[in-house]
Design a binder for this molecule. Sequence first.
Ligand code: TXA
Ligand code: MG
Length: 335
Amino acid sequence: MWQRDSEEDFNLAVEALKEGKLVAFPTETVYGLGANGLDEVACKNIYLAKGRPSDNPLILHIAEKKALYDLARVVPKKALALAKAFWPGPLTMVLLKKAHIPKAVTGGLDTVAIRLPNSPLALALIKRAGFPLAAPSANKSGKPSPTSASHVAEDFKDEIAGIIDGGTTSVGVESTIVDLSNEPPVILRPGGITKEMIEAVIGPVLMHSGEVGDTTPKAPGMKYRHYAPSMPVYLVGEDDFDALRASLKDKEGIGLVLSEEGLEQFKGLTFQSFSLGKKADTKVALQRLFGHLRKADRLGLKCLYLESYEKEGLGLTFMNRAEKLALGSFKEVEQ
Ligand code: TXA
Ligand code: MG
């Protein structure tokens, strides 16, 4: 573990990156597993370390807006407007790529995903390395994204050169991804920057349908889980609380991941409780979600119930992750 305020540690991290090794570092969203984004072999090693399918491309992290022109062969006006409004910050833009970008970064696509993170440490690291950092979230494929250095250490040991400890991340979920390689722009993944915020700057954008709403498994148990802890997770709405209380009577190993108001309803019962903060404050719920899932794993809980939020603003981002990691809703299993 490298400390954020040690110059010696920072130099070791830079050296490791220059040698083509993997270094985990904090951003404002989640921890990234970084490598030289212009080095094909280094990028391939990211996939190996994560156990990630090779057709799932990586994001290139830059430290200055002008680096966009080194990586994208077309920079539309809308991209510049979004960069001006939200960079540095939790927004990733997909643009037509320049020829020198390694195949391992783009998964063979004609586009590249680019982000300028709002983390002084990440920016300093990219500047000192002298190349963009390819960095997926620093978790094993399928697990919840890491929001602290200890989460990264749970998933990786000798496969990576080291982890820079920058404390807990502030946003808590991955960046919003907007594809600007076509018109109209499409949000591929909701994140800390909402659709409403983006539309206020560049006008109407589409929401990729695969990313929201559709959680129907093709066959029971066959749904591909993402961001998931080892135990089953079910979604519960406020109107399910009475039925849930009755159904959980005398059960053990249960965790409740609910808003403060939700947890009030289960007061005095012996379930393990994880607060998502006040229901109206979705930002806090996002900050805490992945950390709670990892803690539930460490405690060896058997089953989790996770509260649903309205699908608007940051609530849409919360539900996007919640629906990917849950096996279904409490209502479905009750029937
Ligand atoms: O907040 C974040 O974005 C974090 C931090 C570390 O920056 N990174 C992150 O990376 O979440 P990862 O690899 O877990 O997610 C990257 C997503 C993937 O879903 C991938 O499919 C998409 O970006 N992506 C990358 N390049 C793309 C492209 N050219 N076209 C479409 N999607 C792309
Ligand atoms: Mg990820």
